[in-house]
Design a protein around this ligand. Structure first.
Ligand SMILES: Cc1cc2nc3c(=O)[nH]c(=O)nc-3n(C[C@H](O)[C@H](O)[C@H](O)COP(=O)(O)OP(=O)(O)OC[C@H]3O[C@@H](n4cnc5c(N)ncnc54)[C@H](O)[C@@H]3O)c2cc1C
Length: 465
């Protein structure tokens, strides 16, 4: 896809929307700051093409435009534009009710940083122009923030910058979000999480109507352990810091231990800022240095490697995207005899000879989140048990994106590419099927954790699937 300098290439995870789709009605922050949203013009052909690869949030039919509401400087809702400067109370949403001390302390930190977004000096080097226009046109009537990957009000740099612009130019600020009725293989598990998260962003929208406009597969159920939205995401962050962080450094590769942050669904839908999570976790450096460093390695280094891989490599989700050595070794072993061959349906149903693999698959289908360590084992076994690396990668991505709540994410593409195609890895000792791609086996898992305990917990007989 041809790109303009500085223009972000959008991958399948990108919640960016393009003017295609149903513009959700209104965004209201702290009951007064931002109300939205008239659709901001039509999208270019290129954007429409990119929209085909977007997260639930866009469709390709003509956009349905709804009303424009009152806005940042029309706080009285009278319709007459009052030239009033907004203060911190306007900028900062109410602390999420029900969340413990973390949300309130974050709010306090924000207020201490600046009383108003207008007083904040943005680093212009970090503002990326994606349109031809450099200056605001004379006679502009409003600023539009097109909500996409970051589906939150707070800790959202682009929204803050839009608000800053709106205040500086004394213009209304509109926030738009485009909802498409279906997107790739996303199911109600994904759409439900996204919509319920957006409910927290925008109160005055007919959410029932939005939900009924969906045309998605409802057979993959929503999960109840992960409550959508920023409020619940921050509560998950808080519980991680209080209860699990101490184990993260030592036990994050043990699927039987509660050591992970579990934040990936909120990160994926942009309901919690990764930067905020890192800033909060880092406060525990003196107590849990090893854990803090490991968390930063994953949430920043690994995650951004994945983002960059998908940004720069247009074959980010196929074998052609792998390095030469990996493609060659996979090709050299493409004809090797497989010890087992399973169809997609058998894998999906968790019906293999390997009880650990079946248990991991069941954890994913039931709970929408497979443990991170098992994801590697799971994907590598798909390479071992399907007839070609291409089929393995397609199958892994299909299952991952259908059942993982954090699916269709650069981390997912790179996770599957790492496991099957050696991305960000090196060559290892050569062996059948895998060639030089790193190998994992059941015995290795047994050395790392109590495999039987995990298999018993996710035994198919315990669940009606
Ligand atoms: C085959 C395979 C498929 C995967 N699919 C996905 C996916 O669809 N979506 C997804 O978000 N992640 C995916 N991952 C990466 C990783 O397994 C998950 O991010 C992690 O398990 C999410 O759980 P957590 O938030 O509790 O992670 P934690 O261990 O608490 O880590 C915190 C955060 O760091 C980031 N992170 C952790 N591990 C990685 C990693 N290996 N690569 C990049 N970022 C990482 C994530 O943003 C994660 O939320 C996949 C990995 C593999 C091997």
């Amino acid at each position: 896809m041809e790109e303009k300098p500085g223009k972000l290439r959008k991958t399948k995870n990108d919640n960016g929307n393009t003017g295609a789709g149903r513009v959700l009605d209104t965004v209201k922050i702290d009951q007064k700051v931002v109300e939205g949203g008239r659709q901001a013009g039509s999208s270019s052909g290129r954007e429409a093409k990119a929209a085909r690869k977007q997260e639930p949030g866009k469709r390709e039919s003509a956009g349905e435009t709804t009303r424009s509401g009152s806005s940042g400087d029309e706080l009285s809702n009278t319709g007459t534009r009052k030239k009033r400067r907004l203060g911190a109370r306007d900028v900062v949403a109410s602390p999420p009710g029900g969340v413990g001390g973390l949300a309130s302390s974050i709010k306090e930190t924000r207020l201490q940083a600046r009383m108003s977004v207008q007083g904040f000096e943005f680093n212009k080097k970090r503002v990326r122009l994606i349109s031809e226009a450099v200056e605001m046109k004379d006679g502009s009537e409003s600023i539009v923030y097109w909500m996409s990957r970051d589906q939150r009000v707070q800790d959202n740099w682009a929204l803050l910058y839009s608000q800053h612009l709106a205040l500086s130019h004394e213009l209304p600020l509109h926030v738009c979000f485009c909802l498409v009725p279906r997107f790739l293989d996303a199911t109600i598990r994904h759409f439900g999480f996204m919509l319920r998260g957006l409910e927290e962003v925008a109160k005055a929208v007919d959410w029932e109507q939005a939900r009924s406009s969906l045309e998605v597969d409802c057979s993959v159920k929503e999960v109840d352990w992960a409550r959508p939205g920023t409020e619940a995401g921050l509560a998950m962050l808080e519980s991680f810091i209080m209860e699990r962080l101490k184990l993260f450094g030592s036990d994050r590769n043990n699927p039987n231990r509660p050591a992970l942050s579990n934040l990936s669904p909120w990160f994926h839908f942009g309901q919690v800022s990764v930067q905020r999570a890192v800033l909060e976790v880092r406060k525990c450096s003196s107590k849990y240095l090893q854990s803090v460093n490991s968390f930063i390695e994953e949430a920043v280094v690994r995650r951004e490697l994945a983002d960059n891989f998908c940004y720069y490599n247009k074959n980010y989700d196929c074998v052609e995207g792998a390095s030469d050595w990996a493609r060659k070794t996979l090709q050299d072993h493409a004809q090797d005899e497989r010890s087992h061959l399973y169809s997609r349906a058998q894998l999906e149903a968790g019906k293999t000879h390997d009880p650990l693999w079946n248990a991991a698959q069941l954890q994913m289908t039931l709970e929408g989140k497979m443990h991170g360590f098992l994801r590697m084992y799971w994907a590598k076994k798909i390479l071992e048990w399907t007839s070609s690396p291409e089929e393995a990668l397609e199958t892994a991505l299909y299952l991952n994106d259908r059942y993982e709540l954090d699916g269709r994410d650069p981390n997912g593409y790179v996770g599957c590419m790492w496991s099957i195609c050696g991305i960000h890895d090196q060559g290892w000792g050569e062996r059948p099927v895998f060639g030089k791609i790193r190998f994992m086996n059941y015995a290795g898992c047994k050395r790392k954790f109590d495999v039987g305990q995990f298999e018993r917990k996710y035994h198919p007989e315990k669940f009606t699937v």
